[in-house]
Design a protein around this ligand. Structure first.
Ligand code: ZN
Length: 225
């Protein structure tokens, strides 16, 4: 992967081009082009969010993460650093990516396929809602860290601004559908809407979901109620 990688996503470029083309043609905008912002759909591979104390326990005192790749949301990144996750039956995943910035709690997000291969029974949770979830052991170059809870499969969700929410007619905490086209077309129900004024329109699905519909950069996607 490039370091860092602020690539303009294909969905963003297409949205701009569509708007210009329809304007030149003097035709009314189709719904997708009339949306205030392009819809970017990204697949989140298994990863973890860590606290500063956790990074120090795993990598040593004063350790700072380095950026491997910038992510679509401002200020977020995939770190160069990974940790090894040890599951309940001593099975391991040796390349669990850390996502930055650091947070106030430790959380591991797995797809069900990862969970099955590790021997975990992980609950589907909204990110941040980890009460009563299973824990695991993390291993870094400088030490171990036992998490007593925090292993989840993240609920599929879409980040949007209040402007996007108004366009799609949804509110924070409601659900919308993500319709994915292409040869393996699938519509995902129960996409949780997360509204925040500082975010760009972006849907997050996991690797199981992304693989099920063979999501590619040119796969057409839309939000439908
Ligand atoms: Zn997200």
């Amino acid at each position: 992967m490039a370091v860092p990688n602020p690539t303009l996503s294909r969905a963003v470029v297409e949205h701009l081009v569509r708007q210009v083309v329809y304007e030149r043609l003097g035709k009314p905008l189709p719904r997708a082009a009339a949306a205030p912002n392009p819809l970017v759909v990204n697949v989140s591979a298994r990863h973890c969010h860590l606290t500063p104390a956790a990074v120090e326990a795993l990598f040593g005192p004063g350790y700072q993460l380095s950026v491997q790749k910038l992510l679509y949301q401002e200020g977020t990144f995939a770190a160069k650093e990974t940790v090894t996750l040890v599951g309940p039956r001593s099975r391991v995943i040796s390349n669990l990516r850390i996502l930055g910035p650091l947070r106030g709690l430790n959380q591991v997000e797995l797809a069900y396929t990862d969970a099955v291969s590790l021997g975990f029974d992980v609950p589907l949770r909204l990110s941040g809602n980890i009460e009563g979830t299973p824990g695991c052991m993390l291993m870094g170059p400088a030490g171990f860290l036992e998490l007593h809870q925090g292993v989840i499969r993240a609920r599929r969700h879409v980040h949007m601004s209040p402007e996007d929410a108004a366009f799609y007619g949804v509110k924070h905490g409601e659900e919308i559908k993500l319709k994915v086209g292409g040869p393996c077309a699938v519509t995902f129900d129960k996409l949780l809407v997360r509204v925040d004024k500082s975010v760009k329109l972006e849907a997050h699905i996991d690797t199981d979901e992304g693989n099920a519909c063979n999501l590619r950069p040119d796969t057409p996607c839309e939000l439908v109620k």
